[in-house]
Design a protein around this ligand. Structure first.
Ligand code: PLP
Length: 392
């Protein structure tokens, strides 16, 4: 199997599994216990917190462990809003956020808060001046993702963060896709909060963290025994935390592999655009994650493409894994201006550390004929042929 769906999830690295292993077995203690076993778990958690903090330029106390990217996003958006019924806050986000942010924003709208969804340009980028113009007296939070999970577009977060700071508005960014692929530093990015998830960087599923800058008035979503300085109760996922930390360290050690991945990705993009007519690359070539390629092939459906690729041993995705079960076209592709029909014909290929030149060659070899076959069966393609025949 050639796995080209690294934006959906990644395999756990052997080193990560190895680091986690003892915390399932001989070091299984509860970090709140006062005996040796508990102290060992506590030490592991605090060591992990320190290492992760160092990577993103934070202080250890500013890292809160959560169950992953989704919980971190929920916590960031909901946690800074006023909780009294008569105070209605305003939140600014973008039209292409991950559902973890978008659906949370829709939920807080139902509670009476107000949300502005700023548009993106044809390459999937937010214009910082649109964000600035949207700021109002009651704007409490700006939440814009660092890099998009579907089309890989990278947002000008440092600039937007500076605007937020100048207007005394809290700034959150979802860096789940960007960490390990482009530099992620909370000070350079001017953010108050930042979400991370382990399973997108060769760590385990179900663990992540939220960076919370000192002084950010965050309220918890999960109440209980007061873990994580009261911000996120629940017995800590010690193996997961150790795994997240190890995965983060490994991502930094391997950072230069992104150059290799990017050059493979560029071969893929160039070949596909050259070999297959009526194809577009979604998202720009600049300001794009090094491992992301997202195409729209007119006249066909992404789902059939993904199934055909799967039959030939290639794991790919249409739009994003989250939206592929719904039949609506991707909100991201619509936001960059695709019509719903073209949005349906989209294919996301996301490369990773295991991707080889031979893998990309194979995909480049089989994709044109798969697209061609599907087009031959497509009523839309038949209509197109008719249009061309008309003048004769
Ligand atoms: C995967 C992803 C998430 C969700 O993270 P989980 O750990 O799976 O909950 C959030 N945001 C982005 C951009 C993602 O790609």
């Amino acid at each position: 199997m050639i796995y080209l769906d690294h934006a959906a999830t990644t395999p756990v690295r052997p080193e990560v599994l190895e680091a986690m292993h003892p915390y399932f077995l001989e070091r299984f203690g509860n970090a709140s216990s006062l005996h040796a076993s508990g102290l060992e778990a506590r030490k592991a958690i605090e060591g992990a917190r320190e290492l992760i903090a160092r990577v993103i330029g934070a202080a250890p106390q500013e890292v809160v462990f959560t169950s992953g990217g989704t919980e971190s996003d929920n916590m960031a958006v909901r946690g800074v809003l006023h909780n009294n019924c008569d105070q209605h806050d305003h939140v600014i986000t973008s039209m292409i956020e991950h559902p973890a942010v978008l659906e949370t924003c829709q939920a807080i709208e139902k509670l009476g808060h107000e949300v502005t969804y700023v548009p993106v340009d044809g390459e999937g980028r937010v214009n910082p001046s649109d964000v600035e113009r949207a700021i109002k007296d009651n704007t409490r939070l700006i939440s814009i993702m660092h890099a998009n999970n579907e089309i890989g577009s990278i947002q000008p977060i440092a600039e937007i963060g500076a605007i937020a700071a100048a207007h005394n508005v809290y700034m959150h960014t979802d860096a789940v896709q960007s960490v390990g692929k482009i530099p992620v530093n909370v000070n350079d990015l001017n953010v108050n909060m930042l979400s991370l998830s382990a399973h997108k960087i060769y760590g385990p599923k179900g663990i992540g963290c939220l960076y919370v800058r000192k002084g950010t008035p965050l309220r918890p979503l999960v109440f209980g025994g007061g873990h994580e300085r009261g911000l996120r109760s629940g017995t800590e996922n010690v193996p997961g935390i150790v795994g997240l930390s190890k995965a983060t360290q490994c991502a930094m050690a391997d950072f230069s592999d992104n150059t290799r991945i990017q050059s493979l990705r560029d071969i893929l993009i160039d070949t596909v655009l050259h070999e297959i007519a009526d194809t577009r690359l979604n998202g720009g070539r600049e300001h794009r994650l090094p491992n992301n390629a997202n195409f729209s092939f007119s006249y066909i459906e992404g789902e059939s493409l993904v199934l055909r690729l799967n039959a030939k041993g290639v794991a790919a995705s249409t739009g994003s894994a989250c939206s592929s079960k719904k039949l609506e076209p991707s909100h991201v592709l619509l936001a960059i201006g695709l019509d719903p029909v073209d949005a349906h014909g989209s294919l996301r290929l996301t490369l990773g550390r295991g991707t080889t030149h031979a893998d990309i060659e194979y995909v480049c070899e089989i994709l044109p004929s798969i697209v061609d076959e599907l087009r031959q069966m497509s009523p839309l393609y038949a209509c197109k042929e008719d249009v061309y025949r008309q003048p004769e």
